[in-house]
Design a protein around this ligand. Sequence first.
Ligand code: IVH
Length: 702
Amino acid sequence: MPTEPEIAPVVDAAHAAPFGTADDYRAATERIRGAAAAYYEGTDLAMDDATYDALLARVTATEQAQPGWVVAGSPAQVVAAGGGVVGDVEHSTPMLSLANVFDEEELRAWAARLDRVIGRPAAGYTVEPKIDGMAIAARYVDGRLVQVATRGDGRAGEDVTAQARSVAGLPAELTRPVTVEVRGEVFMTDADFAEANELRTAHGGAPFANPRNAAAGTLRAQDRAYLAPLSFLAYAVHDLPGGEGLTHSAAMAAIAELGVSTTGGSAAGMAVCTTVDELVAAIASLGALRDKLGFDIDGVVIKADSPADRDAAGSSSRAPRWAIAYKFPADTRTSKLLGIDVQVGRTGVITPVAVIQAVQVGGVTVTSATLHNFDDLVRRDVRVGDTVFVRRAGEVIPEITGAKLDERPADAVPFAAPEVCPRCGGEIDRSQKRWRCTQGRACGATESLAYFAARDSMDIEGLGDKVIRALVAAGMVTDPADLYTLDLDAVAQLERMGRTSATKLLANIEGSKKQPLSRVLTGLGVRMTGRSMSRRLARHFGSMDALCAATVEQLQEVEAVGPERAATIAAELADLAPVIAKLTERGINMVEPGVTPYAERSTVVEGAHLPLQKPDGSPMTVVVTGSVPGLTRTEGNEAVERLGGKSSGSVSKRTDLVVVGDGAGSKAAKAEELGLRIMPSDRFAALLAADDAGESPALDDF
Ligand code: IVH
């Protein structure tokens, strides 16, 4: 049975809920063990990191609350959760794990605890990236690399010397003939990961789901014909001659001198801090670099820099007390694939898009993700119903990197790629990875022009479906901007047109140039926006220039625009840039009347605007008379308030809106008489339903 993906936020033991029964606790330890085994095998990911961390936190919390339940070799007590492949290379000292914190408060608590344990304020800290790879210990004798072992169970690991010899950053020979042990992480850069998957699939293998998996699999592979490049960054050194008494930062600098790549020498760098405030700032700046490093980090590691502080703090059986991992939100989660949509872009590119059960990835709720292209989809054999890995790196559109084959429902069927363009039924050009409709931009032109000309968009009378089809067929228009350079004689010659109609049509097209920005935006059909959202965007940014220049973050200033929608809007606007430029050049208005230009506003004052609020934010006075479907009188009045209005019992000229339902009497008549704005009660019910559904409706739309 596939398990439901857990959307549980990452928690630490202090905040995690202990299990209620010893059986549940034991079952959780088994799940962790199974997941850890798969993790160290590097073949499959049984559980995403965040779920793993959350489960381990609950196990830890349970053990604190119920010491009597603790099972022997519990994953909360041992280093590799029982999953590491124990080889025959014994480690000189145990290879420990790290405890985690997830926010500033927990970090401060850790620092305070460290000060308490050592009996004085810690002398200083280092901050370095936490590389998401596989831990190894590498021994050099007289400057030569002689042995490399995985972490295994922390005491003994597997010999991977042969495979590790080609790892970048782990030289076969040091710059001086010293005998030393360096420890660090073997990982795959994003570029090498892409290459590794090309190689694997070219050899008929299934692609790796993510770089960590790829690194672990490659490092442990014995004799594959297609070994992919791996990298190494050291984070610790043991037995460095003359290294006693060196701070961590100095010892790492010393091994960098010997030719070994270190976390501090990577693009992420190492910060040395003296206060916790400095730590917080250093963590934030490393976090901001996360997407630009070219390799995955899952957090940062904070360590006491002074050897005296480390000695005083010591270690538990699982982790040192002088170091802590500050985990970033996981960038890979699992979720259920609910469906695969086939989308045709403006240029005719046909792409499969995954519709998934909502899941938090990298701190953002994700409901759809790219499947890249059909080749990739078929190669990965991702099927509807599968538990899939969803990865989101920074502001990039989330992607599906693979499916968990062991959780596939028995009845899952392979995805059938479309035979013809799903939009126009035309032929598909499959000569490249990105499939395209052979019609290119012309595919969908009729549809998008009709949307542009529609009543709620540019409202161009006379430009109906038939005329649009004729214009497209004659090759006179492919995008909306082409409408504004139409030639009267050519149009007049179209079937059933004639000079009079053509003249009228061109005048109407010309007239539409004055439409406000909100309507231009609506007409362009930006994905994930409709009429109300277009209006909101136009009101917020004031001009097309400001809107197109907005960052994903700035887009989120607009009500009901979350990270997912913001990323889509930004990508859509970038895609539309050529058409927007053409429209601007042809004199189409690109500003929203009455809105202060975005750049001239010092602060953004716009808050959540409710449908029954006036433009200045004050409540509209609303009278409900007669019955509203599905609501009692009180509920009707409550609904008015929920929508931002103020309900009143009597109609006067100060009334802003009168909702009229069945059985309305004199109040409705009075409203008519005073010329007040009247709304039928079924429209009001629809407005309320839209608001309940979180659509942020605008009154004018109902
Ligand atoms: S220090 C005794 N520093 O994260 C302390 N570990 O989740 C040893 N890791 O087992 C760990 N980057 O495999 C340290 N900069 C870094 C690291 C790092 C990645 C790994 C390491 C460790 C695991 C704990």
